[in-house]
Design a binder for this molecule. Structure first.
Ligand code: SAM
Length: 436
């Protein structure tokens, strides 16, 4: 059983006393919080912008600095905007809806330039930010909690496991938010009091694809209720998975939950990774295709269901490598059906990166790793990679580290384009073209 520990006297003494202070915000930091100075200490104040004069309450330590909550903006700085979402401030999804367009662009681009500078790559010119508009997120993982006879469905509150029961979200494709009332009613019926879980909803060409991840053990009656829910909510597919259990139980498949890459239909497995917005996927694919040109054969590493493999394969042979088998089976099926020159390989690239003799046949490599980056694979590419490498990344910190490895291996960065497909959050996508 977990017991709550009382902080030791030493730990209590190390915490600064809670007090209210007046601060001038100097800049917005990497997590979206404003940064001010109080004596020798940096103070982080959420929902503020450079130039704000604020009253804030010091709450405790945060890293080497202090964490504060905003009490009042006494005098606003330039660059403020009225946040468009009623949930902003409580919902943990967005950090910076209060910045105007120019201030936001500058902040977002600096997330990348600061990491590049830290990695000793400060001289690299960064292309202007490509903005993906709100209301375009086609995939969302909603958290839910079944409490007091009802189901709360939405996103986790800031720095908390509590669920904010959202009605609308300006980031989502409207069809995703429109499902929420029916989802609440279904979860209140099927899930037991006190349980938590997630609902991953993806808008596909066939309609909404829903994966529920919850502990509930379904009986026949539940399955019938879920099948009826799939019918009334007009879902393409409904799948149920108990956490920690590999098998995802298909409940209903009313239409094929396909997505199209360059016009080729692929049916991803339930909950599979997809670029969060169609606009983002297209922007990345265009940059990848432009960089690669007609080079072939190609390697697509961390290929997922083939967002980039498929458009690349319409030009030449592609070998797609990915850690999970299920997305590659979906890609294989599409390639087989449409006669695409794609081969696939399930492989853990962190433990078993492609080695020099395996990299040798390829004219170019595209890689798109998870947030942890591709350290092991980049070490191999630096030693024996082809003349052209395109790095796609959703994490500027690990991207900068990986680029440093490639540059040390003799590659030069030709272009780096930040793509904002996670608006109002501290996450940023980027496509980097490297040659040697
Ligand atoms: C950011 S996604 C990119 C997927 C694909 N390129 C796309 O755009 O849809 C990263 C992919 O890397 C895969 N992955 C994560 N860790 C991996 C590893 N150690 N080895 C190989 N693939 C891995 C994930 O399963 C996921 O499909």
């Amino acid at each position: 059983m977990r017991t709550r520990r009382t902080p030791s006297r030493k730990a209590r003494a190390a915490q600064p006393a809670a007090r209210t202070v007046e601060l001038i915000i100097e800049q917005v930091g990497a997590r979206g919080d404003g940064l001010a100075r109080l004596g020798d200490d940096a103070v982080f104040v959420p929902f503020t912008v450079a130039g704000d004069r604020v009253l804030a309450r010091i709450e405790g330590k945060r890293g080497d600095g202090l964490a504060a909550t905003l009490i009042e903006v006494v005098e606003p700085g330039p660059g403020r905007e009225v946040p468009p979402c009623a949930h902003f401030g409580r919902c943990g999804g967005c950090a910076v809806q209060h910045l105007d367009d120019d201030t936001y662009d500058e902040w977002k681009t600096a997330l990348l330039t600061a990491q590049l500078a830290r990695a000793g790559l400060g001289g690299i010119a960064v292309t202007p930010l490509v903005r993906i508009p709100p209301a375009s997120r086609r995939r969302a993982a909603f958290a839910f909690q079944r409490r007091k006879g009802a189901a709360l469905v939405g996103f986790n509150a800031r720095a908390s496991h509590a669920v904010i029961d959202i009605e609308r979200c300006p980031l989502l494709e409207p069809a995703l938010a429109a499902l929420l009332p029916a989802l609440r009613a279904m979860l209140a019926e099927v899930v037991a009091e006190g349980e938590d879980g997630d609902c991953v909803v993806t808008l596909t060409e066939g309609g909404l694809d829903l994966l529920v991840e919850a502990e509930a053990r379904l009986d026949l009656f539940d399955r019938e209720r879920l099948a009826a829910f799939a019918e009334t909510a007009d879902l393409a597919r409904l799948t149920w998975r108990r956490p920690g259990v590999g098998f995802a139980e298909p409940i209903a498949r009313r239409r094929a939950a396909v997505v199209c890459f360059a016009g080729i239909a692929v049916e991803p497995p339930p909950g599979a990774f997809l670029q969060p917005t169609r606009g983002g996927e297209l922007a990345i694919a265009e940059l990848v295709l432009r960089a690669v040109g007609t080079a072939a054969p190609l390697l697509d590493l961390y290929a997922g269901c083939g967002s980039f493999t498929v458009p690349l394969a319409l030009r030449g042979r592609v070998h797609a490598v990915e850690g999970e088998q299920a997305p590659l089976l979906a890609l294989d099926a599409a390639a087989h059906r449409d006669g695409l020159a794609i081969t696939t390989e399930v492989r853990d690239l962190a433990r078993r990166p492609l080695l020099a003799h395996e990299l040798k046949p390829y004219k170019a490599v595209v890689f798109d790793p998870p947030r942890a980056g591709a350290a092991a694979q980049c070490a191999e590419l630096a030693a024996a990679g082809p003349p052209l490498v395109v790095a796609v990344s959703c994490n500027p910190t690990t991207l900068a580290r990986d680029l440093r490895t490639l540059v040390a291996g003799g590659y030069a960065v030709e272009a780096i384009t930040p793509i904002d497909q996670f608006p109002w959050s501290p996450h940023l996508e980027a496509v980097t073209v490297l040659k040697r």
